[in-house]
Ligand binder design. Sequence first.
Ligand SMILES: [Zn+2]
Length: 78
Amino acid sequence: MRQYQLKETKEITKIICNRCGKETKVVSGIPKREMLHVEHTWGYFSGKDGESCSFDLCEECFDEITKGFLIPTECKDE
Ligand SMILES: [Zn+2]
């Protein structure tokens, strides 16, 4: 006798930049272009207590957004 378990898997096939809509294919779990992914769950002292937010940005949109920062992002070579 053989018993089977039905398994469902989720695999990312593409990442879409939330700002410009540019699509990046993901093959075998590896994006064809570097993308920034942000996930955050807001805490008690915010107006969004318990709300989770996430978004993805392409490098060009990251550059455009961070260019508007009063204090520049801290970047270093790894
Ligand atoms: Zn973009």
